[in-house]
Ligand binder design. Sequence first.
Ligand code: SF4
Length: 341
Amino acid sequence: MSKTQTTCAVYSCNTSKAEAEKKAASALSHAELKAEIRRLAKEKNAVIMAHYYVNGEVQDIADFIGDSLALAQQAAKTDADIIVLCGVHFMGETAAILCPDKKVLVPDPAATCSLAESCPADEFAAFVAAHPGHTVVSYVNTTAATKAVTDVVVTSSNARQIVESLPEDAPIIFGPDQNLGAYINSLTGRNMILWNGACHVHARFSVEKILALKAEHPDAKILVHPECKGPVVKLADKVGSTAALLKFAIADEAKEFIVATESGILHEMQKSAPEKTFIPAPPDDSTCACNECEYMKMVTLEKLYRCLRDEQPIVTVPADIAAKAIKPIERMLSISKQLGL
Ligand code: SF4
């Protein structure tokens, strides 16, 4: 048998095995899948963390749900042996950098992020090199390699406060989200140089469609994530991170809210305030009523089950990149702690 045939035979064997295992997972009922996930998590001392944007059924089975800041804070302090990060790849990388002694798993390694992808590390490093003397502030939605050329990481929960903590005359580069960067510039009066990146989900909200919804629901308050474009942000009654929008929706006296961020957050909003009505703001380019991140929605119960069962795929970050990337992440966690965030 030729080498090629051997490889093909092995591939075909592995493929059949993978398909059989996939079928086995699909053969489990929903209830059995959930029970198996919890059993495996307990048996393996694994903690399941989920971002607010993943499917509701994955959020419901997680030990912890949160936004990017909260997930990083939880990862930094967990005593679990395994962290399963139900979110997109950069979130798994952040956990792996913070917890080099733990096994970090992601249910689907193909779940990336258009914002992180809009800032290739080599191009960003050249941009940084072209602006000597600038403090480099990077949004957490970046690859580990981009974080490695960053001075301090921020999330939408702490970006304003961290930028304000820098000396007033400090020249700053902010990447990769130009919409968030422009919003922080408007709040702080800084004149940060912005990388030209964006999240395809938040960038496609439509002013016209939100105004049409507002006409139908005149008492609804409009909640907007700062990754949205400026004209959408201007419509907001509240601008904030997913965690901040959730907190506002729970505490505010309004009964209806139009929500302009990824629609996964509506699951937790509705659970936390069942008496209120949450209306997803639609994107401008489709007939769909809500705006979903297809990467976040790649994380399913079946994939979570297989990932825990097989302890694969593991997220790894090359040691030289991790050694550089951990500094701006720890700086963010330290400033956030000082500020009580
Ligand atoms: S919603 Fe946007 S920023 Fe968030 S993971 Fe998806 S592509 Fe990335």
